[in-house]
Design a protein around this ligand. Sequence first.
Ligand code: 1BN
Ligand code: ZN
Length: 354
Amino acid sequence: MKDENMTEKRKTGWIFQLISIIFCLSLIIGCSKKKDETSEEEKPAAAPVIPAIPAQPVPSFNADQAFADMKTQVADGPRVPNTAAHEKVVHWLYDQLITCTQNVNIQTFRFPGYPNGDTLHLTNVIASFNPSATWRVLIVTHFDSRPWADEDPDSLKHDKPIPAANDGASGVGVMLELARLMKDSMPPIGVDLFFDDGEDYGKFDIDKLDRYFLGVKHFVRTKPAGYAPRFAILLDMVGDTNADFEPEYNSVQSGLTYVNEVWNTAKSLKLKHFNNLRQTNIEDDHLPLIEAGIPSVDIIDGDLVGHQSSDPNRKYWHTLDDLPKHLSRETMGEVGKLLLTLIYQQLPQDVPKL
Ligand code: 1BN
Ligand code: ZN
């Protein structure tokens, strides 16, 4: 009797075990089936795999040549729109660039100037390297000179044009030297050098920023829909002997990754004019680019704007004293070396991460 009971219990226990195994299996199969069904419909699109681009040796930047090109522009007179010096610098830029690449684009356009009724004849110059590359960086600087030294301590000089050694010619000097080096060694990523016009034509007290950044505004209005550089780097006032380049607020808002890319590279190169202890905040040529969806990093010596530096030698912004004597080969050399390292080494290496 006892044995019979035991056998009966074992039997029911075994049946119970079998039922629970079948139940669990059906649950597992059910769940995995469900998972499969949903995965077809809800699977997120696989992230595109972006291969790294092989880095290349970094060419060495000739700061003497960049400095000489800055001085050439100043010697030819202020590059104010509608003047002979302005026309001359456009031809000079074209002549220099066409020896480096076949892909030089000239954009001419007009804009109402001061006094009302006047028409400005403006020209953008764009030189492209590795034109078939889809991963591109746009490097921008303005070549025009401000027509009014309206920050000069002597108010009698407020109607005179500025020499614009730092505020114009310094960025051009650096970028022309980049062009020469890219001619001899095609960069691993696409690079567009944009020398823009009409950056400094505005009178803030009259119409805010309406007549500033004219060349870049024209560029974004007319650019082909498919032109989408990954980001832009703007150079403005990049030659002062005691330059201090800090991350710029609008640039950080547009793409912290790109700002970090630039300042981390500067740190790895131990460049003494770059620090990220503070931020500056400047309205500049990068604003229309950012508005057009191109993240942009402004490399600008922000303390010069509004004469914020306590150093008396650094109070020449928008005055007749914006002259080569305040500039150094060494600062321009740091900026050139940084850009070359980004183009040939750092950006190709970081493409999948960015
Ligand atoms: C930078 C150098 N800028 C002009 N020269 C841009 C700017 C525009 C700075 C308006 C302050 C006010
Ligand atoms: Zn200026």
